[in-house]
Design a protein around this ligand. Structure first.
Ligand SMILES: [Zn+2]
Ligand SMILES: [Zn+2]
Ligand SMILES: [Zn+2]
Length: 1002
C-alpha cells in the first residue's frame, strides 16, 4: 500500500517543459538550424506577398575584417526594423550588402603578394582581392546570422559582383553622358606610401615634426616702384615654410592686398657688408632690406635674428603685385601675387606659393596663370624642373623622396645664403587613415563630378546640382533631426567630387582618352557595349580585352579630331572609381535592379508612398548617405531614400572610444559565444541608439540578468497554461473575472504603445516597457495574486479558466511583441504555447497582436477605474502592514478587510467585488456604506477622500478556520479522509481532480 499523497501535492503547480536555464550559446545555433530548415526567410517573403512594402536598404559594411560591436549595433537595429515592420503587416525584405573594393583590401593583398605582385597579370591580382573580400563576406555573414539577423544571406549584394560592377560603371557613364564629369588637374591629398589620392574623409591629423625655415627671395623688379625709399637698395622678402621640399615648385609669393608691409633694414646679419650704427636707419647704409607684414615684423626679426631692424618704408601689400623675385636656387623668376587667405597669425605675411602642392596655391596659380605641373611623382620622388636647371649635373634632391629632399634643400638654401633661420616644428599634420604615413598635397590629373553643374528641376526650372541636392535633403525625414543640418552643410560646402583613384582594386573608369587632347571619348553606344562586357566578365574585362575589340577602327576624337589608327590615337584609362561611388550607387545596382526590391523601389521613386529607409552610423552623413544622395539626384533627380536614421557610437562605460590599445573593446561574437546572441540583441535594444551607446562586459552581464528575469516570467506564464486548450477552455471576454479583464485592458494598452514605439524605432522604450510589464505587472502582481486561484481551485473551474485565458493571451501577445528583439527566446516560447490550429510554425511568421483582438473595448475607462482600485489596495496594504508590525496578524490571509465606502467607490468596488479578495490577498472582503461608529453610535472617523474616491479600509482577523490546503480562512473546514481541516472549496476541487479522500493505512 502506498502512503497517502501529501495534501500539498494536490496543488496545481505550474508545469512546463520550457527550461529556466536558457543555455543560449548551445541552443541558439540549434534554433538557427531549425530556421534554416524551415527556410524561414523564404517563407516570410511568401507570407508577405500582397502586403504594402517597406524597404530598409542595407548600407554595405566594408568586408575586410570580422564584425565589431558597431556592426552588431547597426545590424541589430536593422533587424529590429525589418522584423517589426514584417510583424506590423509590411512586406519588408532585407537584402544585405558588402562593400568589397578599395584600398584597405588592396593593401592587404599587396602585403600578401609582396614582390610577386609585379609579375602577376592584373586579373590575377584582382582575383586575389576578390578572394580576400569574399573571405570576410563569409565571415561577417556567419557572424550576423549567428546573432539572429534575418536576411537574404545566401544572396547578398556585393559591390565586387559582376552585375554590381557593371551597374557602377553604367552609373558613371550616366554622369559622363549628362555632362557632370570633367578631368582636371587638382591638388589632392596624396599618400606616397599607397600611391593614391585620398578623399578628405580619408585623412586624419596627427603630430608630425617638420623643418621650419625662413628663406629670403631677392627682389628682381625695380625696388623704387614699390616705395621711393627703397630705390637702389638690395631688397628681399622673407617666406616661411614647413615643407622645404615644395620650394622647387615655388612659383609665386602671395601677399595680402590690404595688409601693411614694412621694409626693414637690418644692421648686421648674414650677407651684410659690415657693422653699421645701431638702429640708425642710416640712408647711406647699404645692407639688405627685408619686406614682411608689419604685424609680423617683430616676430620675424626675432626668428631670423635681424639685429635692431629699422623701418625704411611702409606700404600696402597690393603694391607688390607682379613684383618679381629670384628663386633661391633655381633659374626661375617668382611672381608677387595677391591673396586674401594670407594671414598675420604666423609666418611672415609673404607666402611661398607652389600651385602643384597646395589647394590655395593651386587656385591662386590659376588666377595668375602659373605652372602647376607636378614634379613629385606618385611615390613621392622629386624631380627638377628642366626649364629652371641649367646645369648638366642634376641637383642633389633629384630622385629623392620629399622627406629625404627636405634636408638637402635646406642645405642648398644655406649654401646660397638664402636661409635666414631653421628649426624643427612639431605640429598637427594630415596623415593617411590607412597606412598612417604623413600625406602631401599634389596636383594630379583626376576625374571630377562638378557640384556646380547646371541641372533642371522637375518643373523645368534651372538650378545647380549642388542646390538640387540640398532641396532634396529637405524632403527626407532625418532621425535624429540634426542629421539634416549636418548633411546640408556638408553638401553646401563640399568641393567637387574627385572620383578617381590610382589603384586597381575597383571599377575602372572605363573610357578611352584621346592621346591628342587627353579628353575622353563620350559615345553612349560604346559605353553600353562596355557595360555589357562588364556584366558578362566583370571589371577584369577592362584589363583583358584589347582596345581593338572595343574601339572602332575609325574612332575620331570629337574634341580635337584625333583619329586612329594613325598614332594609335587613344589609350585606356586605368584609374578606378572612388569606393564611395561604388556604394553610393547601390540604390541603382540593388534597389532598382534586384528582383526582390525593384517593384517596390520603383513605386517609391514614382512617389507612391513606399518608405525607403537608410539606417547607419552617424559618420555616414559624409559617407554613404552623402554619396548615395549625390548619385541619385544626378541620375534620377531625387534623393534615394525617404527616411534616414543614424546611430551613435559604441563607447565604453567611461565614454571612451573602444580601441585595442585601451583593451576596452567588446566583441559581439565573443559575447554571443559566452552569453548568447540574445544578450547582444537585448543590449542593442536597451539604449536609445540615437545617442552614443556604452558597452562593456559589465553592461552585458546586466543585460544577461534582465534576460533571466524576462525568461523566468515566460516560464511562469507557460507553466500556468498547463492543461489549457484555448479552443476548449477559453473564457469569452464578457465572462472574465474583473481582475482578468483589467489585465487584458492593460495588455491592450501595452500592445498599442509597443506597436507605436516600433513604428518610431523607439526600441529602448519597448525594452523598458516590456521589462516593467514582466516584472512589475506580471511577476510582482498578477501572477502573485493569482496563486490561490491557479494552485488551489479546481483545474477546470471557471475562475481558473478565466485566469488562464488571460495568461494565455498575455503570453501570446508578449511573445509576438518581443520577437523582433528577443528573436530566439520568443520563438522558443512560441514552441511551448498551447497548440492552436493553423498556428504559424515560427513566431516570426506571425503578426503583432491587434489591440482589439486582445481586448475589444477602449481600455482607458477600465484602466482609470483600476487606478482607483490600486489606490485602495495601497491603503489596505498599509493597514495590513501596520497590523503585522503590531504582531496582531501574520499573513494577509489571516485578515478580513472591511471597506467603508462613499457612494461612488461603493459602486466601483461592488462591480469588481469578485476580484477583491485576491486583489488584496486576504481571506474576506466586506463592503459597506455605513460609517464606522463607536459604542455611542457616533462616527469615529470620516470616510477618507483619495483620488476623488471615498473609502476607509479597516482590517480585522478573518473569521472561520484556516484551510490546511489553501490556507484561506473559510467558514467551513472539515476532514477529507485523513486530511484534516480542508475547506469545502478545496474538497470540491479535490473531487473534481478525481482525488478520493485518502484513508488511513491499516
Ligand atoms: Zn597611405
Ligand atoms: Zn582629342
Ligand atoms: Zn481550501
Amino acid at each position: 500500500m502506498s502512503p497517502a499523497p501529501e495534501l500539498k501535492a494536490t496543488l496545481t503547480l505550474p508545469k512546463t517543459a520550457f527550461p529556466m536555464k536558457a543555455n543560449l550559446p548551445q541552443n541558439e545555433p540549434l534554433r538557427l538550424a531549425r530556421w534554416a530548415e524551415l527556410r524561414l526567410y523564404e517563407e516570410l517573403r511568401k507570407a508577405g506577398r500582397g502586403r504594402p512594402p517597406y524597404i530598409l536598404h542595407d548600407g554595405p559594411p566594408y568586408a575586410n575584417g570580422p564584425m565589431h560591436l558597431g556592426h552588431a549595433l547597426n545590424h541589430g537595429l536593422k533587424d529590429f526594423v525589418v522584423k517589426s515592420k514584417t510583424m506590423a503587416g509590411f512586406e519588408s525584405p532585407y537584402v544585405p550588402g558588402f562593400d568589397c573594393h578599395g584600398l584597405p583590401i588592396e593593401i592587404k593583398v599587396d602585403e600578401h603578394l609582396g614582390r610577386k605582385k609585379h609579375e602577376m597579370p592584373v586579373p590575377a591580382v584582382l582575383d586575389a582581392c576578390r578572394a580576400y573580400a569574399q573571405k570576410y563576406v563569409d565571415l561577417q555573414t556567419s557572424q550576423l546570422v549567428r546573432l539572429g539577423c534575418f536576411g537574404r544571406w545566401d544572396k547578398p549584394y556585393k559591390t565586387m559582383a559582376r552585375d554590381y560592377e557593371a551597374r557602377t560603371l553604367e552609373a558613371f557613364y550616366g554622369f559622363l553622358e549628362k555632362g557632370f564629369v570633367y578631368r582636371g588637374l587638382k591638388p589632392v591629398y596624396w599618400c606616397i606610401h599607397d600611391r593614391t589620392a585620398l578623399a578628405e574623409a580619408e585623412v586624419e591629423y596627427a603630430m608630425h615634426t617638420s623643418p621650419s625655415v625662413y628663406v629670403r627671395y631677392r627682389l628682381t623688379s625695380d625696388p623704387g616702384a614699390i616705395h621711393p625709399a627703397l630705390a637702389g637698395r638690395e631688397v628681399y622678402t622673407i617666406i616661411w615654410t614647413t615643407t622645404p621640399w615644395t620650394l622647387p615648385a615655388s612659383m609665386a609669393v602671395a601677399l595680402h592686398p590690404d595688409f601693411e608691409y614694412v621694409a626693414l633694414e637690418s644692421s648686421s646679419e648674414l650677407g651684410a657688408p659690415g657693422p653699421s650704427p645701431l638702429g640708425s636707419g642710416d640712408a647711406k647704409s647699404t645692407g639688405p632690406v627685408y619686406i614682411v607684414a608689419a604685424e609680423l615684423a617683430a616676430s620675424v626679426a626675432s626668428a631670423c635674428q635681424l639685429d635692431a631692424p629699422a623701418e625704411l618704408a611702409r606700404f600696402k601689400g597690393s603694391v607688390l603685385e607682379r613684383a618679381t623675385f629670384q628663386h633661391p636656387f633655381l633659374d626661375r623668376s617668382v611672381l608677387g601675387v595677391l591673396a586674401t587667405y594670407v594671414t598675420a597669425d604666423q609666418g611672415t605675411g609673404a607666402v611661398h606659393t607652389a600651385p602643384s602642392h597646395g589647394a590655395d596655391d593651386f587656385y591662386t596659380g590659376q588666377r595668375y596663370n602659373l605652372d602647376a605641373t607636378t614634379r613629385v611623382d606618385a611615390s613621392g620622388h622629386i624631380h627638377v624642373d628642366p626649364a629652371a636647371w641649367p646645369f648638366a649635373t642634376p641637383p642633389a634632391f633629384e630622385g629623392k623622396t620629399v622627406w629625404a629632399a627636405n634636408p638637402i634643400i635646406v642645405a642648398m638654401l644655406e649654401e646660397s645664403g638664402a636661409l635666414l633661420a631653421s628649426s624643427d616644428l612639431e605640429h598637427s599634420y594630415p596623415h593617411c587613415w590607412r597606412c598612417h604615413h604623413p600625406v602631401i598635397f599634389r596636383a594630379t590629373e583626376q576625374w571630377f563630378i562638378g557640384l556646380e553643374t547646371p541641372v533642371e528641376r522637375e518643373d523645368g526650372s534651372q538650378t545647380t546640382y549642388r542646390q538640387l541636392a540640398i532641396e532634396e535633403i529637405d524632403k527626407v525625414v532625418w532621425d535624429p533631426a540634426w542629421g539634416k543640418e549636418r548633411i546640408t552643410n556638408m553638401i553646401a560646402s563640399r568641393p567637387d567630387w574627385c572620383i578617381s583613384r590610382q589603384r586597381i582594386w575597383g571599377v575602372p573608369i572605363a573610357v578611352f582618352l584621346c592621346q591628342g587632347c587627353n579628353q575622353p571619348i563620350i559615345d553612349p553606344a560604346l559605353n553600353r557595349k562596355i557595360v555589357d562586357l562588364f556584366d558578362r566578365e566583370g571589371a577584369e574585362a577592362w584589363h583583358t580585352t584589347p582596345i581593338e575589340e572595343l574601339l572602332p577602327a575609325n574612332a575620331v576624337c570629337k574634341n580635337c579630331g584625333e583619329i586612329r589608327p594613325p598614332g594609335q590615337g587613344f589609350r585606356k584609362e586605368y584609374d578606378i572609381l572612388d569606393v564611395w561611388f561604388d556604394s553610393g550607387t547601390s540604390w541603382f545596382a540593388v534597389c532598382e535592379s534586384d528582383l526582390d526590391l525593384k517593384t517596390a523601389y520603383t513605386a517609391f521613386q514614382n512617389n507612391e508612398g513606399v518608405p525607403v529607409l537608410y539606417l547607419e552610423g552617424g559618420d555616414q552623413h559624409r559617407g554613404w548617405f552623402h554619396s548615395s544622395l549625390l548619385t541619385s539626384v544626378a541620375l534620377r533627380g531625387h534623393a534615394p531614400y525617404s527616411h534616414v536614421a543614424t546611430a551613435g557610437w559604441t563607447l565604453d562605460e567611461q565614454g571612451r572610444a573602444m580601441s585595442k590599445s585601451l583593451g576596452n573593446g567588446v566583441d559581439p561574437v565573443d559575447i554571443a559565444n559566452r552569453m548568447g546572441g540574445e544578450i547582444v540583441r537585448l543590449w542593442v535594444a536597451s539604449i536609445d541608439f540615437r545617442e552614443d551607446m556604452a558597452a562593456s562586459e559589465n553592461l552585458m552581464l546586466r543585460c544577461a540578468d534582465i534576460y533571466r528575469k524576462l525568461r523566468n516570467t515566460f516560464k511562469i506564464l507557460l507553466g500556468n497554461l498547463h492543461g489549457f486548450d484555448p479552443a476548449r477552455d477559453r473564457v469569452p471576454e464578457s465572462e472574465l473575472l474583473p481582475l482578468d479583464r483589467y489585465m487584458l485592458a492593460r495588455t491592450r494598452e501595452l500592445t498599442e504603445k509597443i506597436r507605436a514605439w516600433y513604428a518610431a524605432f523607439e526600441f529602448h522604450r519597448v525594452y523598458h516597457a516590456v521589462n516593467e510589464f514582466a516584472i512589475v505587472d506580471l511577476s510582482n502582481f498578477y501572477i502573485d495574486v493569482l496563486k490561490d486561484r491557479m494552485y488551489t481551485f479546481a483545474p477546470t473551474s471557471h475562475a481558473r479558466r478565466s485566469a488562464q485565458t488571460v495568461l494565455w493571451q498575455i503570453t501570446e501577445a508578449l511573445a509576438r511583441l518581443v520577437a523582433p528583439i528577443l528573436s530566439f527566446t520568443a520563438d522558443e516560447v512560441w514552441d511551448h504555447l498551447p497548440p492552436v490550429q493553423g498556428r504559424e510554425p515560427s513566431v516570426h511568421l506571425a503578426q503583432f497582436p491587434a489591440p482589439c483582438e486582445i481586448f475589444s473595448e477602449d481600455p482607458t475607462p477600465l484602466l482609470d477605474e483600476w487606478k482607483q482600485l490600486f489606490a485602495v489596495r495601497e491603503e489596505v496594504m498599509r493597514k495590513l502592514e501596520a497590523e503585522r508590525q503590531k504582531k496582531s496578524m501574520g499573513k494577509g490571509l489571516e485578515a478580513k478587510v472591511l471597506l467603508h465606502c462613499g457612494p461612488e467607490s461603493l459602486a466601483t468596488l461592488k462591480r469588481n467585488s469578485t476580484s477583491l479578495k485576491e486583489f488584496f490577498n486576504v481571506s474576506d472582503v466586506e463592503l459597506t456604506s455605513e460609517p464606522i461608529v463607536d459604542s455611542d453610535g457616533q462616527p469615529t472617523l470620516n470616510v477618507r477622500e483619495l483620488v476623488g474616491f471615498e473609502f476607509l479600509p479597516y482590517v480585522e482577523p478573518a473569521s472561520g478556520h484556516k484551510c490546511a490546503r489553501c490556507w484561506n480562512f473559510m467558514p467551513e473546514v472539515s476532514d477529507y479522509g485523513i486530511w484534516q481541516n480542508v475547506c469545502t472549496r478545496c474538497q470540491s476541487a479535490l473531487k473534481e481532480m478525481g482525488i478520493a479522500p485518502p484513508q488511513p493505512t491499516q
